[in-house]
Design a protein around this ligand. Sequence first.
Ligand SMILES: [Zn+2]
Ligand SMILES: [Zn+2]
Length: 293
Amino acid sequence: MIDYHLHLWEHPRKATEITLETLSKYCERAQSFGITQIAITEHFHRFVQSRSWLGDFWNRFDDINLYSSMKSYFDHHATYDLEDYIEVATQAKELGLPIVVGLEMDYYKEEMSQLNEKLSQYPFDVILGSVHWIKNWRFDDLDDPLSFNNWDSKNLESVWDEYALHMEELSESKTCDVLAHPDLIKVANKIPKDAGLIREFNSRIVDSAKKYDLAAEVSSAGFRKPVNEQYPSLDLLELFVKNNIPITTASDAHRLEDIGSRFEDIKLLINSLNIKQLAIFHKRQRSIIQVNQ
Ligand SMILES: [Zn+2]
Ligand SMILES: [Zn+2]
């Protein structure tokens, strides 16, 4: 197994210095669960470069109530230097730790081509593509009352449609290699009842992965959220498999203790779908390993 989605800092915490010791502990913990390779994939918005490259992008959207919330979120989060992060992770890899150097990238409307150009100058092994916010609304920030309450003022069907559109545009941008938590929009367990709408949503996500040759992640993080199931749903995962989309496995841990969390369930799930291979990445080139390797 692999755990291809790991963070170094929990969200309420400010970034602290990354050390080889921390990375070595991450590997030890992973190996104790039989995980043979991990990807360190910190959020792009943890880095000062996100501020200098994007500016106050949230002010370009209509919902002015969310401007100050986004500003404080970025003020709090975007404090570490991307180059220092890459340097330590690369050192760990060179010392022989089973690590690949990654990043979790969000979708920023009209900014993806400049971001793609800038990011391609760094030696990443893998970049995850994620949608955590729709325009300037952090729909998955369930601990933030303003963001959470915003769900009540939204039309559920439109929210799912906008999320799918963001995922399509993110895929098209070629900024990323793997679609992370592909149906994150279900995080708050607010799911449209219309089965036809869900089917259409699922095919849009799978078509994006297929068209732009992306892998998709099976993540246990959803078990720690109100939706209480893995990302993607069983139906969406089956559709990925049917369309031969390469798969990675991930815990999306934000602390040591969550590495490999609920991997027994993920393993049962992928076995039940007869998934025998997983995708791994080196310098953004994909290759395949056997599940038990
Ligand atoms: Zn994420
Ligand atoms: Zn993540």
